[in-house]
Design a protein. Structure first.
Length: 450
């Protein structure tokens, strides 16, 4: 087994010339060989039996990036600190050095280490990360002595998108029936308060959501205190209709006579007057868990979901909003029965406090939002994890016909395969998108080929 960085002499020439694409956007998703990550569609990509190697630019500096498949990495080590040993096993044909191995904190929270490396004439960083399935993937970001920090920066951006995957081809799933009172929706959740990945996996297994979604945002902590009506907006510009919202609320009442509330918000449509259209789930100073839906019609719906909630301890909410349905779990216990209805609309997210006393305080921890596709029988839904270019035909030789914005979805009506063997989805608006820059969910296998 050996490290494969093809054509090191040619690579060094590329690094000197910088004659490569200049865009740094991570607009394409690789999903095969046990791993998934995002990269730039303008980069030159080579895939072999142990890795993906990419040549591109970032901040106008030429870099080479490599991702080594978990199949080859996991068996070499028992701990991320074994990074030098893994590199030694791979680089038997190259002169290399490793220094300053240290832990790295990334937003996904999984154990990761980074180290400085030199490989022959190249200089940069190696990163080893634990994936959500317990395996490891190794990444390299290399440049010249002058561009190694650019290589590090793009390596870290890519590492935030790195995880277990590897289905290959279009990522599809089948539609779930719409949950309702007669549907076998899980009454309890085991993984409601941990990492978002484990919570989502449990919701998928239970049939509450379909596969093919993506994380919208993740925040460790947010709070308000004092007198007033407070609202902090999260995820502006990343609006969705069908979402999972989760977070732990700690609420301290400042008044026993006037109404107070501490809540998580979704489907927010804000104006200069604040958040006037929203769905809110939270706690009030009567010891109640509540649901509010303030729709575009102006007819606010308010429901008490559970009384006698212990306000002296943190309370964890997990909310699944699907079109006009909402399923709410409090500390893992379902407190809705499937008959509750909310207005189907999209919006952003937030945390809010209505405080009437100086001691009023609303704290939110482990807050995250996940976009989940709503799948209808017989429909193939195409969603863009990141903004993707649409074309007038099935290939890059066709002109650009707009963009499918991050988080947006359209129905696919057909598909075509280009000369390189890549599938293109024909969307309901008569435009086309390439399969590796979007996710496909639903009944996609029976679409006609054009």
């Amino acid at each position: 087994m050996k490290l494969k960085l093809p054509g090191l002499v040619m690579l060094c020439l590329l690094l000197v010339s910088g004659a490569l694409a200049q865009s740094p956007d991570l607009d394409t998703v690789y999903d095969d060989n046990g791993v998934t990550f995002a990269y730039n569609s303008d980069w030159e990509v080579e895939v072999d039996d142990i890795s993906v190697v990419m040549f591109g630019t970032y901040n106008r500096a030429s870099v080479v990036l490599a991702v080594y498949f978990p199949e080859w990495i996991t068996g070499m080590l028992s701990d991320p600190d074994d990074l030098p040993a893994a590199l030694a096993a791979l680089m038997i044909d190259f002169e290399f050095t490793v220094d300053d191995v240290r832990p790295l904190g990334l937003k996904h929270g999984r154990e990761t280490v980074i180290a400085g490396v030199q490989v022959d004439a190249l200089d940069g960083y190696a990163l080893l990360s634990t994936l959500s399935d317990g395996n490891y993937a190794l990444m390299l970001g290399l440049g010249t002595e002058d561009t190694r920090e650019d290589a590090r920066e793009i390596l870290l951006l890519m590492a935030e998108t790195l995880d277990a995957g590897g289905t290959g081809g279009p990522r599809t799933t089948t539609a779930n029936p719409t949950p309702g009172p007669d549907t076998d929706v899980p009454a309890t959740l085991d993984d409601y308060g941990g990492e978002w990945e484990t919570a989502i996996a449990e919701l998928e297994r239970g049939g509450l959501i379909s596969r093919g979604g993506s994380l919208v945002l993740e925040e460790d902590y947010a709070f308000f205190d004092g007198v007033g009506s407070w609202f902090t907006s999260l995820g502006q510009g990343r609006t969705h209709q069908d979402v999972v919202v989760a977070g732990e609320l700690t609420y301290t009442s400042g008044s026993t006579t006037e109404y107070e509330a501490c809540g998580l918000l979704a489907r927010v449509q804000a104006s200069n007057r604040g958040a006037t259209i929203f769905m809110e789930v939270g706690l009030n100073n009567d010891g109640q868990a509540y649901l509010l839906d303030a729709p575009t019609t102006g007819d606010t719906v308010g429901l008490v979901l559970q009384a006698g909630v212990d306000m002296d301890t943190p309370q964890h909410f997990l909310i699944v909003a699907r079109r006009d349905q909402v399923f709410i779990y409090l500390n893992g216990e379902q407190i809705t029965d499937g008959t509750e209805r909310i207005e189907a609309r999209s919006g952003s997210y937030g945390v809010a406090l209505i405080g009437k006393g100086r001691d009023s305080r609303c704290e939110a921890r482990n807050l995250w939002v996940y976009q989940s596709p709503y799948l209808e029988e017989g429909v193939c839904q195409i969603t863009a994890p990141r903004t993707a270019n649409k074309r007038s035909g099935p290939g890059t030789s066709f002109g650009q016909a707009g963009q499918l914005r991050a988080g947006a979805s359209l129905t696919a009506v057909a598909f075509a395969v280009d000369a390189g063997g890549r599938r293109w989805w024909k969307l309901e608006d008569e435009t086309w998108v390439r399969e590796d820059v979007v996710t496909a969910a639903g009944d996609c296998d029976d679409l006609p080929e054009e």
